[in-house]
Design a protein around this ligand. Structure first.
Ligand code: GLC
Length: 750
């Protein structure tokens, strides 16, 4: 009897432990769903519609209108509220004065930092360091949550092949594998270890889907994307974000193959919901439901609301088609009550998971903005994000004992510009610029500063003489080039992607002085910098590096650390090469050195057939300026001993590829080792190369390490237009420092 008693006690304890243990990441599903269902059953139709509406204080007509909507239960979320006090005030109205006291979910674009601003996402992608990126987003969420924000419209994980598109700045670049790894890290950083932790925010994978393929690099433009490209490229990071537990998705502005993304039931209901099993909620992008009218996809607001709801868009950001039309649509049976209940349930589920019903207010005591550790991490992230593109004769690093340095250029002391786009809550007074940091590092009296150009687009050359004189008198010249922050980001696209203003002209003049010329580029996109690359002795691509860009660059320029970034996008020679991405198809007529005649070498009496008939351009040729994955170091790395565990891979098996990496230079440094694979023949044509793995390793001077990549059949799978498949055949494999070089091996899949 006694043993039975103990056994039943054990069972009770075990079951209750099991129940509470599953209240981890997303709250016990059953307990949350039972709460959702109980609350839903009490809600009026008006209150349900309210939950599906997100309002912006400005757009709805001001504070009073917002408070009235919240008090009446006509609002489920507010975005763009500033400060914990304001959030707590409006939350108190929701919780204490509305009939059911359903808390608001407060959203904000915390894209690459709140008050501590990290490098723009494209820069963070250049670090190829998911751990550093995860921590950056964790810090951003801790800062933002102390202000009452519990939902951020990040990560932005649109793949793009077009540097003219301003929003490339917010992206993780051109590659689905790298973007997927970073998407997971960003979601994990944003949502933390447990969603109901007060410092956790709901992530929002955006913009679903295809926005980065806007034709001509013009924002909001039409996209045509085949299903293989959609599934093999565009959707990969979104799948990763969903697998990482992203609680919300944002539908995009763009027309996707004739059906706008914010009314696209194929991507939302078929892929996101049915195939991926997503159980959070989908919010439209700003006004994108109402814009269905402008697209010519909806007759009017009622039709727009109907199409968006039927496609599965559950919360409408800012435009008011849902609040104005859902009742009539229900009466006309254009939408169903089941759809409304599903949408509201998904929204309530996220609110419960975040713990908002128990803990709706910002903990202002938790405010810890710009902490020393946060700034230190921002500095580390900015260091790892910078990419060394040229370093002739070891121009860099400079000695800290150098007698004099001329610091020149419009981005040397531009605290707002260095924070980049989508930086709502960063403050330029917190930015430490390169000029400040260099002065601090080597002393004011050894730094001669000449701005020369007031801003990146400045064409006034009146200070060029002064700049050249300063260069001539210095032991080294550092020119800080680039773009103002407002030349990239949403709605800020460029047709030409050269350095703006008269910067290039000044760089040439500085080069002609013969003094060692270091060019540091701070921009929101990969610029066409062929000329500047030729003029400079060394070139460091620092992107818009955030609050601590200055100290990070000083650390690199003066050798406290070696640059270790690698390009997450291809650098083109000019806009005329766009689109250019490394995982291109081979075509029936691939170009090569022997098939291309540079335009200026074409003889005057060349014949129609004399130019090789290959896939290239007379002026730009067939290679980019710099390849995806490229990045130099202050040291050198030798790749050797590529070994494959087997010559063939079979279903259910794995194949391990390894190589030895040796630091053959005279400085410790990180190296991002990359693994690429090529499927030589497929049921649809396959890319010439695809990234299948990467590892950032640290090697002391003379140290070597063996790096391993495990390849599985699933790694080789692709959507062939009909199904996702791994096809038998022969494969190439590289372990490499970038997408154009490295050690080559081959294997077969049977
Ligand atoms: C925008 C952007 C989106 C952002 C939203 C809220 O127009 O497209 O990325 O999250 O509005 O600011």
């Amino acid at each position: 009897m006694r043993s039975n008693h103990y056994f039943s006690v054990f069972c009770i304890l075990f079951i209750s432990l099991l129940f509470f243990s599953c209240s981890g990441k997303q709250g016990g599903k059953d307990s949350v769903d039972s709460k959702v269902n109980a609350l839903l059953s009490q809600m009026t139709l008006d209150e349900k519609i309210g939950q599906m509406c997100q309002i912006d204080p400005g757009a709805i007509g001001g504070q009073e209108k917002m408070e009235e909507a919240v008090r009446e239960g006509q609002c489920g979320s507010v975005l763009n509220l500033f400060g914990a006090r304001e959030v707590n005030a409006i939350q108190a109205i929701a919780v204490k004065e509305s009939r059911l006291g359903i808390p608001l979910i407060i959203g904000r674009d915390v894209i690459h930092g709140y008050r501590t601003v990290f490098p723009i996402p494209l820069a963070m992608a250049s670090s190829w360091d998911p751990d550093v990126v995860r921590e950056a987003f964790r810090i951003s969420s801790v800062e933002a949550s102390s202000q009452g924000i519990r939902w951020t419209f990040a990560p932005m994980i649109d793949i793009t092949w077009d540097p003219r598109w301003g929003r490339i700045a917010e992206s993780c670049g051109e590659d689905p594998y790298l973007a997927s790894a970073l998407a997971s890290a960003m979601v994990e950083g944003i949502q933390g270890d447990s969603l109901n932790d007060p410092t956790s925010l709901a992530a929002c994978a955006k913009h679903f889907a295809g926005y980065g393929f806007s034709e001509g690099g013009r924002d909001y433009n039409t996209t045509y994307i085949s299903e293989p490209v959609l599934r093999n490229v565009v959707l990969k990071p979104f799948k990763a974000a969903k697998e990482a537990g992203a609680q919300t998705f944002m539908s995009a502005f763009n027309d996707l193959n004739g059906v706008p993304a914010s009314a696209n039931d194929f991507t939302i209901r078929q892929i996101l919901r049915k195939e991926w099993g997503f159980d959070g909620f989908v919010v439209s992008d700003w006004g994108s439901v109402e814009e269905l009218i402008s697209h010519g996809y909806a007759e009017n607001e009622k039709d727009a609301a109907s199409k968006a709801i039927n496609a599965g868009v559950e919360m409408e950001m800012v435009s008011r088609t849902y609040s104005d039309n859902i009742k009539q649509l229900l009466d006309e049976k254009k939408i169903s009550m089941a759809q409304i209940d599903e949408a509201v349930s998904n929204i309530l589920r996220v609110k419960y998971r975040l713990g908002l019903f128990d803990n709706p207010y910002a903990d202002t005591a938790a405010e810890d903005l710009l902490s020393a550790s946060s700034l230190a991490h921002a500095r580390k992230t900015a260091r790892e994000s910078a990419v060394l593109l040229k370093n002739s004769d070891k121009t860099l690093p400079l000695s800290k004992k150098i007698n004099s340095v001329a610091v020149i250029g419009p981005l040397a002391d531009a605290p707002r510009d260095q924070m980049g786009t989508w930086c709502f809550d960063g403050r330029e007074e917190n930015s430490v610029t390169p000029l400040t940091a260099i002065r601090e590092m080597i002393g004011m009296n050894r730094v001669k500063y000449v701005e020369a150009l007031e801003y990146s687009r400045d064409k006034d050359t009146k200070y060029f003489r002064k700049a050249v004189d300063a260069a001539r008198a210095a032991d080294a010249v550092i020119f800080f080039a680039g773009e103002e922050w407002s030349l990239s980001g949403e709605g800020q696209c460029r047709g030409e992607i050269s350095l703006p203003g008269a910067q290039s002209e000044l760089i040439s003049l500085l080069a002609s002085t013969g003094r060692p010329l270091i060019v540091v580029v701070m921009a929101g996109r990969p610029l066409a910098i062929a000329k500047e690359l030729a003029d400079a002795d060394a070139l460091l691509y620092a992107w818009h590096g955030g609050t601590m860009a200055g100290p990070a660059l000083a650390d690199l320029i003066f050798g406290d650390e070696s640059p270790s970034g690698k390009l997450p996008v291809t650098f083109v020679k000019g806009a005329g090469q766009i689109p250019f991405y490394y995982y291109r198809k081979n075509t029936g007529r691939p170009a090569s050195a022997k098939s291309w005649t540079p335009i200026d070498s074409i003889s005057r009496d060349n014949q129609q057939t004399s130019l090789g008939y290959r896939s290239s351009q007379l002026d730009y040729g067939y290679t980019p300026l710099l390849p995806f994955g490229f990045g130099l170091s202050y040291t050198t790395f030798e790749y050797s001993d590529l070994t494959l565990s087997s010559e063939s891979l079979s279903d259910g098996g794995t194949l391990t590829a390894s190589a030895t990496i040796t630091n053959t230079g005279d400085m410790a440094a990180d190296e991002v080792v990359q693994c690429y694979v090529r499927d030589r023949v497929g049921s649809i044509t396959r890319p010439v190369k695809e990234l299948k793995g990467f590892q950032r390793i640290h090697l002391e001077k003379g140290e070597k390490a063996t790096v391993e990549f495990v390849i599985t059949p699933e790694n080789l799978s692709f959507f062939n237009g009909t199904t996702t498949v791994t096809e038998p055949g022969h494969f190439d494999l590289w372990i490499a420092p970038d997408s154009e070089s490295g050690l080559h091996g081959e294997f077969s899949f049977k």
